[in-house]
Design a protein around this ligand. Structure first.
Ligand SMILES: [Zn+2]
Length: 100
């Protein structure tokens, strides 16, 4: 039960985290999995990719094939809508932080 609720809360953090990085620099899936691990979130590809797909289908990130030394990788970056969502999320975070 506790775990279920925590997972739901962390999911929101993960969305914000992904958006933040998509804004800074395009990233690819395995990079994000490694990066989130450093932050203490262990996500399998089977968990991350559906999240990325959902973010893509809501239009907050876009996927692009980039050829790096003959290897095609899918890079994700933020869209204009995503930037707006991130701005709102940051505001909410700031507001929440003030409560604690
Ligand atoms: Zn990060």
């Amino acid at each position: 039960m506790e775990e279920k609720i925590l997972r739901r809360i962390f999911n929101g953090f993960i969305y914000i985290h992904i958006l933040e990085h998509a804004k800074r620099k395009p990233f690819y899936g395995t990079w994000m999995i490694e990066h989130l691990k450093e932050h203490g979130y262990s996500l399998s590809p089977g968990t991350l990719y559906p999240i990325l797909r959902e973010m893509e289908s809501t239009g907050i990130i876009v996927k692009e094939d980039i050829n790096i030394n003959g290897k095609i990788r899918k890079y994700y970056s933020i869209t204009e809508v995503g930037e707006k969502v991130l701005t709102d999320a940051r505001e909410k975070l700031k507001e929440l932080k003030m409560e604690f």
